[in-house]
Ligand binder design. Structure first.
Ligand code: GLN
Length: 322
């Protein structure tokens, strides 16, 4: 009801103001101009409940590029296209504890598959195997799923894509190594283009909250009364988010926040909260999705203020799945 929406908004506003200053513990990604010039003092959050309740606080209208959060969508799109079993022949589901763009394990899985789809090696492999032979057709599979989940049309930020493309030396090296190991199902440059374009799609915290809410509800959108992604695919996706979603800070995040979540270098975070039977008196007992934007990131690549804010909410409202 309206009273509780107001109360939750007041609480969220307080917490956003309390954790905004944690941006100072990190800084904006600086490898491309579009991310470098983001305003690190921004912090915004949107929560959408399974009953449709929307609560927002902070700067919630700024669009930002989805970056690594797109890895979640890419993985689900591949599973929807080919089935889980077929996809897992190309990527494993083991956390690495290494940086998202690490090359160190490439040789370790030889001649097998990347450790998981939430690191760049896995995401580029997934991009390569999507249906179609051109970058356009593969990207379209991801965009179509993103648009089905958010319920709106989204655009790729061309400026971000162009600078990603020009500075993708490490990703290009990763992709060529993967190709040499027979991990890629397409041309190297096609896989790279799909991956960098999927990273450059612009979203808002509300878009991320909506996707998170649907994942929290096992792929069912309670608002449109539609199963958008099969439950078994969503279960694996959430397990991957919990174990690998926050890069090499995933263990600490699972321990102290305990919610399946995915971050991106632009400072976005998406969390999927399932229903909590024992928390009927707390907000969002039927599950919710959370989208956060706080562009200053830590050394792992996670939003510093976003992480602290989510940790606080998870503890206050008993959101942990563990
Ligand atoms: N485009 C970035 C990269 O692959 C995205 C990575 C991320 O969000 N961590 O380098």
């Amino acid at each position: 009801d309206m009273t509780s929406v107001c109360n939750r908004t007041t609480e969220l506003n307080d917490w956003v103001e309390r954790y905004r200053s944690y941006a100072a513990l990190g800084s904006c990604a600086d490898y491309i101009p579009a991310l470098r010039k983001a305003d690190p003092s921004q912090l915004g959050i949107c929560m959408i409940g399974a009953d449709g309740t929307i609560v927002k606080a902070g700067e919630t209208e700024s669009p930002f590029t989805i970056q690594s959060i797109s890895k979640v969508i890419g993985f689900m799109a591949a599973c929807l296209s080919y089935g889980i079993e077929a996809v897992l022949e190309y990527v494993d589901v083991e956390p690495t504890g290494d940086a998202f763009n690490s090359m160190i394990r490439l040789e370790l899985h030889k001649p097998g598959r990347p450790f998981n789809p939430m690191i760049n090696a896995g995401a580029i492999t997934i991009a390569s195997m999507l249906p179609g032979s051109t970058a356009e057709s593969k990207l379209e599979v991801i965009t179509a799923l993103l648009e089905a989940l958010t319920g709106k049309s989204l655009t790729c930020n061309q400026e971000v894509f162009q600078s990603e493309w020009q500075t993708a030396h490490r990703n290009r090296a990763l992709a060529y190594c993967l190709k040499e190991m027979n991990c890629l199902q397409s041309d190297v440059e096609v896989a790279l283009e799909v991956y960098l374009k999927q990273c450059s799609v612009e979203v808002t915290v509300e878009d991320l909250a909506r996707i998170g809410m649907i994942l929290g509800c096992d792929g069912y959108d309670p608002l449109r009364k539609e199963q958008l992604v099969a439950k078994d695919i969503v279960r694996i996706t959430k397990a991957l988010m919990l174990t690998c979603g926050m890069y090499n800070a995933s263990g600490k995040f699972a321990a102290f926040v305990g919610v399946p979540a995915k971050s991106g270098v632009s400072g976005g975070m998406m969390a999927a909260v399932p229903p909590r039977a024992k928390s009927r008196e707390l907000p969002f007992p039927d599950g919710c999705g959370i989208g956060i934007y706080g562009p200053a990131i830590d050394k792992y690549g996670n939003s510093t203020a976003g992480h602290m804010l989510l940790k606080h909410i998870a503890q206050a409202w008993d959101l942990s799945v563990c």
